[in-house]
Design a protein around this ligand. Structure first.
Ligand code: GLN
Length: 305
C-alpha cells in the first residue's frame, strides 16, 4: 500500500517552511513572492494572512499536497528551474484558473489579448450572418485557454479545439469541464485543420497561438521554458514561421468568405507575416496589433468576401 503523507500542517510548520523557502528563492535569483503565490494555491492562504503572518497561529492548515511533496517540488524549482505554475498545477489566465502540466505550454498574459482582438474583429465586420455565430476554432489549443476564452466571450458560437498532442487535449478537456464549457467546445486530435475537413468553408474564424520560435532560439530561452515546456508548442522551424506559413496557406479554404484569421507571433515577425498574407491572395484588411508591452505580437486578416 502507498503510504499517505499527511496533508494538514500546523501554521508554525508552514511559517518555518515559508521563511526558508523565501531565503532560498532570493539566494537562487528567484522572486520570493513565488513562495506566497504557491501558498495561496496549495495551502489556500490569502494574501493578507501571508502579509500579516497570521496563519502562523493556525493549528491545522489543509494543503493540496503534503509539505514533503511541496518541498520536493520546490527543490526542483530551485535546482531544475521547474516553473511555479507546474508545481501548483495551475495558472491564472484572463478570469480563469487553468490546470497546467508539462504536457502544455503555460498560457501567457499576452495571449489573453487574442480574445479581445477576436471580439473586436467581429464588430468591425458587416458579414451576414454575423461572425459571432457559427464555427470557431482554436488550432493548437494546448491547455485549452484560447478555446475557453472564446467560448466565454462568444456565447452564440460553436467552438472547436484541436491539438496534435493527446496529453494536451486531456488537460484542455479537463479545463473545459472544470470551468463549465464542456458542452460548448468540441475537441479533436490532429495536425492543424486536418480533423476538420468535413467543415471546410464553414468557419467564421480561426484563432491560434502556434509554435513560432526559431529552432536555434529555443535552446537559448530561459531554462524554465527550454527545459520544461513542450518544444512541440514552441519550435516553429528554422525561421519560426513554418506553422504560420502553413496556417496562411490552408486556412482560407476552411474559413467562410469574410471569416477571420488571427494568430500570435514573435517580435520581428510582423513584416514577414503581413507579406505572406498579402502574397497568398485570399486575405484582405490585414492588421498587425501590439501586445501590452508594445511588441507587434498579433496578425489579423479577413478572408476576401
Ligand atoms: N510566448 C511563448 C514564449 O514566450 C512562445 C509561445 C509560442 O511559441 N507560441 O516562450
Amino acid at each position: 500500500m502507498v503510504e499517505q503523507r499527511p496533508r494538514v500542517v500546523s501554521g508554525i510548520e508552514l511559517w518555518r517552511w515559508r521563511n526558508q523557502a523565501m531565503q532560498a528563492a532570493i539566494a537562487n535569483d528567484i522572486s520570493p513572492y513565488e513562495v506566497d503565490w504557491l501558498l495561496q494555491e496549495i495551502a489556500g492562504l490569502d494574501r493578507l494572512a501571508l502579509c500579516l503572518e497570521s496563519f502562523k497561529d493556525l493549528s491545522g492548515i489543509p494543503m493540496a499536497m503534503s509539505l514533503i511533496d511541496l518541498e520536493e517540488l520546490w527543490q526542483r524549482r530551485l535546482r531544475d528551474r521547474l516553473p511555479a505554475q507546474y508545481i501548483a498545477g495551475i495558472t491564472p489566465w484572463r478570469q480563469f484558473k487553468l490546470m497546467v502540466s508539462s504536457a502544455v505550454l503555460i498560457p501567457r498574459p499576452e495571449t489573453e489579448c487574442l480574445i479581445d482582438l477576436a471580439v473586436a474583429a467581429i464588430s468591425q465586420s458587416e458579414a451576414i450572418p454575423p461572425l459571432d455565430q457559427g464555427h470557431w476554432v482554436d488550432l493548437g489549443t494546448g491547455s485549452g485557454a484560447i478555446a475557453i476564452g472564446l467560448a466565454d466571450a462568444l456565447p452564440k458560437a460553436t467552438i472547436h479545439a484541436v491539438d496534435y498532442s493527446t496529453a494536451a487535449l486531456e488537460i484542455a478537456q479537463a479545463n473545459a469541464q472544470n470551468l463549465g464549457f464542456a458542452e460548448r467546445i468540441h475537441f479533436a486530435q490532429g495536425s492543424w485543420w486536418e480533423p476538420l475537413t468535413s467543415l471546410k468553408g464553414q468557419f467564421s474564424a480561426m484563432v491560434s497561438n502556434p509554435p513560432y520560435i526559431p529552432t536555434e532560439t529555443v535552446a537559448t530561452l530561459e531554462p524554465e521554458v527550454m527545459k520544461h515546456e513542450p518544444h512541440l508548442a514552441l519550435d516553429g522551424g528554422a525561421d519560426g514561421l513554418d506553422d504560420i506559413r502553413h496556417l496562411i496557406e490552408v486556412s482560407s479554404s476552411y474559413l467562410r468568405p469574410g471569416g477571420v484569421w488571427l494568430i500570435e507571433m514573435m517580435l520581428g515577425q510582423a513584416d514577414t507575416v503581413r507579406e505572406l498574407l498579402q502574397n497568398q491572395g485570399s486575405y484582405c484588411n490585414i492588421q498587425i496589433h501590439s501586445d501590452l508591452e508594445g511588441i507587434e505580437r498579433f496578425a489579423l486578416a479577413y478572408v476576401n468576401p
